[in-house]
Design a protein around this ligand. Structure first.
Ligand code: MN3
Length: 194
């Protein structure tokens, strides 16, 4: 099988000042598209082309096949990230997710502080993930293309901390990008991952 670039699940003009239309033109239209093209080239005529994306990520990670792993994981990570964003964000999550956050972190504000600190302190490029495993939530800092699939945890929410995610709009001010992220989270999507 070959992969295609998914459409953004929102109007790219509606998420400013978190990210502008121009950022999405590059981040989705160039970076994400590039990962999809390189992934298709890397798996062509190999056993990877017969697997689903999660199995490609796991097997390539186990085999230390960096060309396949990096592009497969980045395709998954970006597709997941777009789904985490919405111009119609509610302030806090609902139902089960709200309950699990309170159990694990004490309060939503405490969770927000911990996730924000993880995002601010990640050195270099990577992703911040909220994951669930055995009904327990966890915030993870992961480098480069790494994601929770490689450690058998289920992703709920992610934030892209590569500079290409924020440099056009926020330059070196990663903190501003992270602060704006809290205003555009699609909590319904997050809840659907539990
Ligand atoms: Mn990115």
């Amino acid at each position: 099988m070959s992969y295609t670039l998914p459409d953004l699940p929102f109007d790219s003009t509606q998420l400013s000042p978190f990210n502008s239309k121009q950022t999405f033109e590059y981040h989705h239209g160039k970076h994400h598209a590039g990962y999809v093209t390189k992934l298709n080239n890397a798996i062509k005529n190999t056993p990877y082309s017969e697997m689903n994306l999660e199995n490609v990520i796991l097997k390539a990670y186990q085999e230390n096949n960096k060309a396949v792993f990096n592009n497969a994981a980045q395709h998954f990570n970006h597709s997941f990230f777009w789904n985490c964003l919405s111009p119609n964000s509610k302030e806090i999550p609902e139902e089960t997710l709200d309950e699990l956050i309170n159990i694990e972190f004490g309060s939503f504000d405490n969770f927000k502080d911990k996730f924000t600190t993880a995002a601010n302190t990640l050195f270099g490029s990577g992703w911040i993930w909220l994951t669930i495993s055995n009904n327990k939530l966890e915030i993870l800092q992961m480098k480069d293309a790494d994601n929770p699939i490689i450690i058998n945890k289920t992703p709920i929410l992610t934030l892209d901390i590569w500079e290409h995610a924020y440099y056009i709009d926020h330059k070196n001010e990663r903190t501003n990008f992270i602060n704006e992220f809290w205003k555009v989270i699609n909590w319904n999507f997050c809840l659907s991952n539990i």
